[in-house]
Design a protein around this ligand. Structure first.
Ligand SMILES: *[C@@H]1O[C@H](CO)[C@@H](O)[C@H](O)[C@H]1NC(C)=O
Ligand SMILES: *[C@@H]1O[C@H](CO)[C@@H](O)[C@H](O)[C@H]1NC(C)=O
Length: 325
């Protein structure tokens, strides 16, 4: 899709600025005179935006943007990140039979993920020979990182934190600016671009974005390092899509891994494994952007009207190869 066709949101159209100022003056909005210039522009932008979202929460209580379609101008953001020569690493784990998901994951990422930017796919697998050859666009490459497997899927899932942390230090820090950590049994179905990039971001879990704190499936046993008391918690974040600067992702994955090692030593495993630890970490290290469930969706949940786009969606796991895992 041509970027020019995407509706422009929250953009200040300079051509109509003088007219707008005149209109505001006419309607007696005199108090705006004292607002500093930069702020003034912003006030106008919000007031005039044809498509700012009123139906969803767009800002966390700690003033981090919540990214929904209609809250950003992708042209401005693309230009900003291109000027900084931004390189994005996308980590994905294809362990054991999960290699079957790689082809669709990579093909759809080529169509929708960070198009026009420099991207390195980091594919962690125990079956390097089974990584499919998917044609990649210019500025995009794929690195296969051979890692060990584990018998239990819970261990496969949890050890992702350890491996991302390990490779962040060893190579990601020197190779990319941002890391996006994604589940493989998913596909990209619409634009996922630089609007998600920030020092630290998490994604609202599709099952809990409209739930109250008490309903969140946080770890509730105080013996676990992932424990969150009933009267705490902002959001329930999905384990399958998070990221940030390499340094922040290194801190996050290292902390989560160490917490899981501690739990294991204490003979306890958090209820939702790495996702429980991610939620604990993001409660005490607030993300600087929060992604709406557009960025992790499962079509089993239908398509509510607030979801203008479904960008990254679950692939049904009825594949024969996976069923008997
Ligand atoms: C952008 O990054 C590439 C390496 O990925 C480098 O060769 C190039 O010089 C960089 N350009 C600028 C303007 O920094
Ligand atoms: C786990 O990895 C080993 C090699 O590291 C391999 O021989 C074995 O087949 C793998 N297990 C499964 C179930 O794929």
């Amino acid at each position: 899709m041509n970027a020019r066709m995407i509706p422009k949101c929250n953009s200040l159209h300079l051509g109509i600025l003088p007219l707008t100022v005149l209109a505001l003056v006419f309607f007696g909005v005199w108090n705006l005179r004292r607002v500093p210039a930069g702020m003034f522009g912003h006030v106008l932008t919000v007031a005039l935006s044809p498509c700012s979202r009123k139906d969803v929460l767009v800002l966390t209580p700690w003033l981090a943007p919540i990214i929904w379609e209609g809250t950003f101008n992708i042209d401005i953001l693309n230009e900003q990140f291109r000027l900084r020569n931004t390189t994005i690493g996308l980590t994905v784990f294809a362990i054991k039979k999960y290699v079957v998901f790689l082809k669709l994951f990579l093909e759809t990422a080529e169509q929708h993920f960070m198009v026009g930017h420099k991207v390195t796919y980091y594919v962690f697998t125990d079956r390097p020979a089974d990584v499919p050859l998917v044609p990649l666009g210019t500025g995009r490459k794929l690195v296969v990182l051979t890692v060990r497997n584990y018998t239990r899927w819970q261990d496969v899932s949890m050890h992702r934190m350890e491996m991302i942390s390990h490779f962040s230090e060893r190579r990601f820090l020197h190779e990319v600016d941002y890391l996006v950590c994604a589940d493989v049994d998913m596909k990209f179905s619409d634009h996922v671009g630089v609007e998600i990039l920030s020092a630290l971001f998490g994604t609202l879990h599709p099952g809990f974005y409209s739930s109250s704190r008490e309903a969140f499936t946080y770890e509730r046993r105080p013996q676990s390092q992932a424990y969150i008391p009933r009267d705490e918690g902002d959001f329930y974040y999905a384990g399958g899509f998070f990221g940030g600067s390499v340094l922040e992702v290194h801190h996050l994955t290292k902390a989560c891994h160490e917490a899981m090692v501690q739990d294991k030593a204490n003979g306890i495993e958090a209820v939702w494994h790495d996702e429980s630890h991610l939620n604990k970490y993001l409660l005490y290290h607030k993300p600087t952007k929060v992604l709406s469930p557009e960025y992790v969706w499962d079509q089993k949940m239908g398509w509510p009207s607030i979801m203008k786009k479904l960008r990254y969606v679950a692939v049904p796991k009825n594949h024969q190869a996976i069923r008997n895992r």
